[in-house]
Design a protein around this ligand. Sequence first.
Ligand SMILES: NC(=O)c1ccc[n+]([C@@H]2O[C@H](COP(=O)([O-])OP(=O)(O)OC[C@H]3O[C@@H](n4cnc5c(N)ncnc54)[C@H](OP(=O)(O)O)[C@@H]3O)[C@@H](O)[C@H]2O)c1
Length: 321
Amino acid sequence: MKALVLEETNTPLIYKEVEHPLESVGHQIVELRAAALNHRDVWIRKGQYARIKLPVILGSDGAGFAGDRPVIINPGMQWGDRMDVQGDDFHILGMPTNGTFAQRVSVPDNQIYDMPEHLSFEEAASIPLAGVTAWRAVVTQGQVKPTDRVLITGIGGGVAQWAMQFALSKGAHVSVTSGTPAKLERAMQAGAHGGYDYHDVEWTKHAREEGGFDLVIDGAGSTGLAQVMKICNPGARLVIYGGTAGPIPALSPQVLFWKQLHIIGSTMGSPSDFQDMITWIRDQRIVPILDRVFPLEEGSAAFDRMSEGLQFGKIILQIPA
Ligand SMILES: NC(=O)c1ccc[n+]([C@@H]2O[C@H](COP(=O)([O-])OP(=O)(O)OC[C@H]3O[C@@H](n4cnc5c(N)ncnc54)[C@H](OP(=O)(O)O)[C@@H]3O)[C@@H](O)[C@H]2O)c1
């Protein structure tokens, strides 16, 4: 079969012929039709990820056929028994085990879910990793309510966009930030109520005047988050799922304790988060925002697009049958 293989970090991925995955008890072979990129794939390619094992077929997100059943794959493997936190054996499909940037992948039976009928394979492939991370952050950890004023930072990000769609579909008032004004425009067209350029030094002042925030969903960290804390409303929840911009300096204990803020970490999602998310997407007929679709063999160009932060929506790889 054809696959995109990472043989060495900091080198282009190679589109080549590889062995089919082996059949094994308790696993199914999924014939993939589409896959999606996550920043994780880019970190691994750059060598900036723990315990990298090479060569490997990257890719955590995939949609295709298990037999004649259209399915999507939950890439969060062996979550464990506790619903509040993953166990020690938790790992993500697509390194160390071979992932979805290939014509076929072998996955445990219980990681396979029916694909929502209203979506194409390309749309469905955009859901799994970013979707479940956003669902857990907004719904399970963030406990979003229709009365909440929600801020989602870095709306160009894949998780951020799913977070926006979930928060809007739950009836909340949703504002977003971005470093690119055109992405703010796109977010407003997709239903966001407000947008702020995080390069504008005055943006937090405007946001405070407009009513502050009850729930913040952040994947960037850094000084931006410390500033956002100051414009949070009393009792606000700040859910952190990523640290794209780096560590958070100068976190003020006074702001934290006086406003009685809740800072909550969030990682991917449990099997029940995944099932609840799929059910919600199906029932609400939510359609994902896609950036661009590349053929699998042009996967390296898709990685470059994500590395440069050019995307708005998920970057998809179309996989030949
Ligand atoms: N905890 C988990 O389970 C989990 C799961 C998935 C991802 N993550 C992490 O979450 C982060 C985002 O992942 P992703 O796949 O959504 O990545 P992505 O699609 O590449 O998004 C990254 C986004 O970060 C935003 N950004 C960059 N600098 C920023 C800043 N100073 N302030 C605010 N936003 C900034 C940019 O938004 P604009 O283009 O709009 O400026 C960019 O589009 C990564 O760090 C990733 O490792 C964690």
